[in-house]
Design a binder for this molecule. Structure first.
Ligand code: NAD
Length: 262
């Protein structure tokens, strides 16, 4: 991967970087010169780290203690985190009355509480250095609901709330906080539900918001502001853009870029 660019020597921590959208973001950031730390509960993250010349930390962020420990390990490894991508996620499809309580809590932990925990840990260093970028991977399900996905939809809506709140708190320190709201991309998160017993309900959920043509994971990395080389080819109307704009409505446009000064 290239070693020069607008993210030269910035350290990017990407959760759930072991495949799909996280892998695509790792490649984009590495091409812009960032040093990449991939973390994932699956050891596929090692291959992605090798591919982009970065490091890999195996960690399961469904566990709060392990998430705290991950934060410590990431800072120990590179000395700092300049760019945090809260990307790890998974789906569980079930009618609300049958939704296992522990599975509901697990999804919310991975996609809302862990992003809060990691944000909490990296913000002090970003403030001290006067530069930071936090990117929260929400979803079209952060803006609209589908049936049978109560945990996912609640976590993704919550992540947008976290994004807006933290953006207000840290904007004056040169730190931007943004949410991305992709539509469907053909990654394991989605294809898992095209097979087996989740398929029927997954399709019902998609009908709930008129799912668009599916994108590949790598086309979602494109819209990362100031980093993607080409615009997103796959949109559901203006959902991606509206999602992003809503999440950062409180920030002046100059704070929206990833590279350079805010
Ligand atoms: N694929 C889509 O259609 C789509 C649409 C909107 C939003 N998203 C979001 O994009 C993000 C990336 O998803 P993706 O589509 O690339 O799916 P993916 O399954 O390819 O990647 C998700 C990654 O998160 C990791 N992960 C899951 N649970 C974890 C845990 N407990 N600890 C650590 N890592 C864990 C997985 O191992 C996996 O590598 C997710 O937050 C997802 O909700 C995806």
């Amino acid at each position: 991967m290239g070693s020069s660019g607008q993210l030269q020597d910035r350290v990017a921590l990407i959760t759930g970087g072991g495949g799909g959208i996280g892998r695509a973001m790792a490649r984009v950031f590495a091409e812009s010169g960032a040093r990449i730390v991939i973390t994932d509960a699956r050891d596929t993250g090692q291959a992605v780290a090798d591919e982009v010349g970065g490091s890999f930390l195996l960690a399961d962020i469904s566990d709060q203690d392990e998430t705290r420990e991950l934060c410590r390990r990431a800072i120990d490894l590179e000395g700092r985190v300049d760019i945090l991508v809260n990307n790890a996620g998974l789906q569980h499809i079930s009618p609300v009355e049958d939704f296992p309580e522990d599975e509901w809590a697990r999804l919310v932990q991975i996609m809302l509480i862990a992003p809060f925990q990691i944000t909490r840990y990296v913000v002090p260093g970003m403030k001290k250095r006067g530069w930071g970028r936090i990117i929260n991977m929400s979803s079209i399900h952060g803006l609209v609901a589908s049936p049978y996905k109560s945990a996912y939809v609640a976590a993704k809506h919550g992540l947008i709330g976290l994004t807006k709140t933290v953006a207000l708190e840290v904007g004056e320190y040169g730190i931007t906080v943004n949410a991305i709201c992709p539509g469907y991309s053909n990654t394991t998160l989605v294809t898992r539900y095209q097979r087996g017993r989740g398929a029927g309900q997954g399709d019902a959920g998609a009908r709930g918001h008129q799912a668009p043509r599916r994108a590949r994971g790598d086309s979602t990395a494109g819209p990362v502001p100031g980093v993607g080389r080409r615009p997103l080819r796959h949109r559901r109307g203006n959902v991606h853009r509206r999602g992003v704009d809503r999440a950062i409505a409180c920030l002046p446009p100059a704070l929206w870029g990833i590279g350079g000064s805010p």
